[in-house]
Ligand binder design. Structure first.
Ligand SMILES: Cc1ncc(COP(=O)(O)O)c(CNc2conc2O)c1O
Length: 371
């Protein structure tokens, strides 16, 4: 495939994904299911490979963000339930039926249009829907008990729909302060109180809710970041059980040279050697998602931290080595090396962002190798 002919690669430990899922499956309340969230190409880890590892760990379904991500899983032979978490244009209802996908309903208007569309589709297999409640995320979903009740009544008045789920999403489950989480929980319970029937899945939990609010997960967990072995809160809350990071990022030195003092490195000549220095060149750059703001961050060579010196280029970057080093020596940008470790969180901290974004920014040009 494209991109496999270079030393730079993401190495994904599928056993870690399986273990992270398995630990949560063991820990979650009886009768709860775990749906693996594999949107954004499995948070950059590879959606299909992550999905297969998650199934081995005990996942019984999947969540994706858009229709095309669901189709990719189906075309790879995944047969478990798949919920599309965003709104799909009603003009694609035939694809939702063809690929047996579950879809999010966030407005009455969409539902009315969908029912209209379904009347004209020959194969009248019912469309599976999950009603989304916005209890405070402020993104998509119904906001009042009356609106939800009205929508449920409409759903139950027709035989072209299967009401499969009712769900909400928390915006602060990964924080110490519980007030807003409790406000959202209360709002969701107010909605449940006005409903006579409930669907198969009533789900509220992302990884943070599963880890730190296990009593409040409903009967299905939408398990994303923790499956990849990453702490949903970054640094804010301790892990409640060991999460094993699945992703490493490695490359190899393609050039090593000794420079005298006063030599410039990289575009804009932003770095000048101050003494005799050994400089190595690594074939990774911002086109791979290894962003320019990482200038000054350190990577590992033979267990030694080596600073990225000069501006990161599109395809390459330069590091200062402690001594003469052989071309072809491994460079570890994320992962373990000779007892040292660079974590995705460290990269996120340097980029002043969260590790979700770091993982999703690795580009298509970065080969993914699975072990
Ligand atoms: C509706 C919904 N459910 C579950 C998850 C999984 O969350 P987790 O990875 O923390 O377990 C997400 C992640 N959505 C996003 C994660 O980062 N930005 C987002 O919009 C989501 O949007």
């Amino acid at each position: 495939a494209v991109g496999w002919h270079r030393p730079t690669k993401l190495v994904i430990d599928t056993q870690a994904i399986k273990e992270n899922v398995g630990n949560e499956v063991k820990r979650m309340p009886q009768g709860t299911e775990l749906f693996a969230v594999v949107k954004a190409n499995g948070y950059g880890h590879g959606a299909v490979q992550t999905a297969r590892a998650a199934i081995e760990g005990g996942a019984t379904g999947f969540c994706v963000a858009i229709l095309d991500e669901a189709i990719e899983l189906r075309e790879a032979g995944i047969t478990e339930p798949i919920l599309i978490l965003s709104v799909v244009d009603v003009s694609y209802i035939d694809l939702l039926l063809k690929y047996d996908l579950s879809v999010t309903v966030a407005t009455q208007e969409w539902l009315e249009q969908a029912i209209e569309q379904l009347k004209y589709i020959e194969t009248p297999t019912p469309l599976k829907i999950h009603i989304k409640v916005d209890t405070g995320m402020g993104r998509i979903g119904f906001t009042t008990p009356e609106a939800v009740k009205q929508t449920v009544d409409l759903v139950q008045s027709t035989n072209v729909l299967i009401w499969e789920g009712l769900f909400t999403h928390f915006s602060t489950a990964d924080e110490k302060d519980l007030r807003y989480f409790e406000k959202q929980t209360h709002r969701f319970q107010t909605i449940l109180a006005v409903l006579v029937d409930l669907p198969k899945y009533v789900h509220v939990s992302n990884s943070a809710t599963a880890l730190w609010h296990p009593e409040n997960v409903g009967n299905m967990i939408r398990f994303g970041i923790a499956m990849y072995g990453l702490n949903p809160s970054g640094h804010a809350l301790p892990e409640t059980y060991p999460l094993k990071p699945a992703l490493s990022l490695v490359s190899k030195l393609i050039q090593v040279k000794e420079l005298s003092a006063g030599e410039g490195i990289g575009y804009g000549n932003t770095y000048t050697t101050t003494e005799k220095e050994w400089i190595g060149t690594v074939p990774i750059g911002y086109a791979d998602g290894w962003l320019r703001h990482l200038q000054g961050f350190s990577v590992l060579v033979n267990g030694e931290r080596c600073e990225i010196v000069g501006r990161i280029c599109m395809d390459q970057c330069m590091i200062r080595l402690p001594k003469k080093t052989a071309i072809g020596t491994q460079v570890t940008l994320i992962g373990h090396d000779h007892g040292e470790e660079i974590t995705m969180q460290m990269v996120a901290d340097k980029l002043e962002t969260i590790h979700y974004e770091v993982a999703c920014t690795f580009s298509e040009r970065m080969p993914r190798e699975y072990k």
